[in-house]
Write a protein of this length. Structure first.
Ligand SMILES: OCN(O)CCCc1ccccc1
Ligand code: NI
Length: 183
């Protein structure tokens, strides 16, 4: 199982690399990788397991964060979060997006960043995305709200982008033009 010791931290070059596409259908190893990523996210949201294994909770994790430079990440929102999304995205792409932006009023964090970096992270409010699931089946879906934010955060990891790259250095809490705040 993936533990915090397996997660690389800012400064590690892999976090700044553009990750490689995976072959479809997935090899057994790539399929296992996807399952492990999703399991980490689920474990990190389980009170007992996060306590037992000292896991930092997250709604997603991308392969580059465990030093595997491949275009695959997992997202999981448990039922009580009110969001209904649990997926492993392979070779994901944003195919279209709203003009309107959105940002989390609490800012963002990252499992690979052991410090708090305050500021609004402007992202697209609504996105249409596509990719492949673990069975190699293509998916296409529209996302908004926290799932849309999370998808963009994870996709950034596949392109070597960290959430704080988007924060306005001169005024981190500058109100974002044409944007909605998500609480
Ligand atoms: O890349 C995964 N990550 O580091 C953990 C969760 C990241 C995150 C996702 C959505 C909103 C804020 C922060
Ligand atoms: Ni992250």
């Amino acid at each position: 199982m993936i533990l915090m010791k397996d997660i690389i931290r800012e400064g590690h070059p892999t976090l700044r690399q553009k990750a490689q596409e995976l072959q479809i259908p997935l090899s057994a190893d790539d399929r296992k990788l996807g399952e492990e990523l999703l399991q980490y996210v689920k474990n990190s949201q389980d009170d007992e397991l996060m306590e037992k294994y000292d896991l930092r909770p997250g709604v997603g994790i991308a392969a580059p964060q465990i030093n595997v430079s491949k275009r695959i990440f997992a997202l999981h929102f448990d039922e009580q979060s009110g969001e209904n999304l649990s997926l492993v995205a392979v070779n994901p792409k944003i195919v279209s997006h709203s003009v309107e932006k959105a940002y989390l009023s609490s800012g963002e964090g990252c499992l690979s960043v052991d410090r708090s970096v305050p500021g609004y992270v402007p992202r697209y409010a609504r996105i249409t995305v596509k990719g492949f699931d673990l069975d190699g089946k293509e998916f296409k879906m529209r996302l908004k709200g926290l799932p849309a934010i999370a998808f963009q955060h994870e996709l950034d990891h596949l392109n070597g982008i960290m959430f704080y790259d988007h924060i306005n250095p001169k005024d981190p809490f500058h109100e974002v033009e044409n944007a909605v705040a998500i609480d």
